[in-house]
Design a binder for this molecule. Sequence first.
Ligand SMILES: C[C@@]1(CC(=O)O)C2=NC(=C\c3[nH]c(c(CCC(=O)O)c3CC(=O)O)Cc3[nH]c(c(CC(=O)O)c3CCC(=O)O)/C=C3\N/C(=C\2)[C@@H](CCC(=O)O)[C@]3(C)CC(=O)O)/[C@H]1CCC(=O)O
Ligand SMILES: NC(=O)c1ccc[n+]([C@@H]2O[C@H](COP(=O)([O-])OP(=O)(O)OC[C@H]3O[C@@H](n4cnc5c(N)ncnc54)[C@H](O)[C@@H]3O)[C@@H](O)[C@H]2O)c1
Length: 264
Amino acid sequence: MKLSADNCFFKTSSSINSLQLRYSLSKMSQKFPEVQGGGSLIVAWQVRNKNVLVVGGGEVASGRILHALNADANVTVVCPSSGLNEEVAYRVAENQVSHIDRNFEPHDLDNADMVLCAIDDPEASTQVWKLCKERRIPANIADVPPECDFYFGSMHRDGPLQIMVSTNGNGPKLANIVRQKIASALPQNTGAAIENVGLLRKKLRAIAPDANEGPKRMKWMSNVCVSWSLEDLVAMTDKDMDGLLTHYQSGDVPSLQDIRAALS
Ligand SMILES: C[C@@]1(CC(=O)O)C2=NC(=C\c3[nH]c(c(CCC(=O)O)c3CC(=O)O)Cc3[nH]c(c(CC(=O)O)c3CCC(=O)O)/C=C3\N/C(=C\2)[C@@H](CCC(=O)O)[C@]3(C)CC(=O)O)/[C@H]1CCC(=O)O
Ligand SMILES: NC(=O)c1ccc[n+]([C@@H]2O[C@H](COP(=O)([O-])OP(=O)(O)OC[C@H]3O[C@@H](n4cnc5c(N)ncnc54)[C@H](O)[C@@H]3O)[C@@H](O)[C@H]2O)c1
């Protein structure tokens, strides 16, 4: 008898709990972003001083090489000299990249941290992909989505600003069109403004290096970015930055005009 009463208690209690749970889950589903699977993890991969092997030296390879050099990678190109296009031959001649003058061989992967393959030989490129997988080297085989750990995207660059548009394999040409639309909508000086904000943040960390001050630093920097126009951020000189930084302790963010008036 006692046992069934207990059961009854637990049943009632658990059904209330499950109702409550369902209610609070439905509340939370309005509160948190919905998961939209099928995308890519878009990250800003740091390849500075890492060894990027580019297999092939044609038109597609020349784009891959420029992206890797723009990210300060050590680039090696493996491709017969006869196959190098004008741009890749120029970068070889300028020693911007190392060059192995022959077709790909498996031992080329020995020191590679990343492989970008862009050759007009599907069998050879599948072999490159398989070897990369055996060695767990991240690889992109141009235009072969099933043989890519990561896709390239359409890239806008303006100083420290980079915007990459991906259609996740659906429409590369559309990625190009969307990227151009986004880029043309940006104020021309966005990159210069970001560069100056980078300098200001560096100076701020120098005068307020304490790790515990992180939240205060971040709030103040955010206020500067929100309250100053892009034009003022671009116009900000070294002297203006030092003037502005004297207000960090108080938490104030005066305008550029006020900073200059105080300095004159
Ligand atoms: C963005 C860009 C970056 C770059 O490569 O730097 C890039 N492709 C670009 C151009 C482009 N590629 C193609 C055309 C012809 C028109 C058209 O088809 O639209 C044009 C347009 C042109 O040439 O103007 C043909 C194509 N591409 C792929 C396949 C295979 C397939 O789809 O199965 C085929 C079909 C071959 C066929 O049909 O036989 C596959 C890939 N191409 C990707 C990236 C990755 C997905 C990116 C995304 O979806 O966002 C992915 C998956 C893998 C990778 O290569 O990383 C660059 C534009 C840069 C710029 O100009 O800004
Ligand atoms: N160029 C484009 O816009 C475009 C568009 C769609 C698809 N693709 C595809 O991308 C790939 C490359 O295109 P591309 O225009 O750069 O070709 P490309 O002909 O300009 O260059 C191919 C390069 O690969 C080299 N190569 C061939 N076999 C090699 C090997 N085993 N080892 C080392 N190098 C080797 C050649 O010497 C040459 O430098 C091809 O599969 C092509 O079909 C290119």
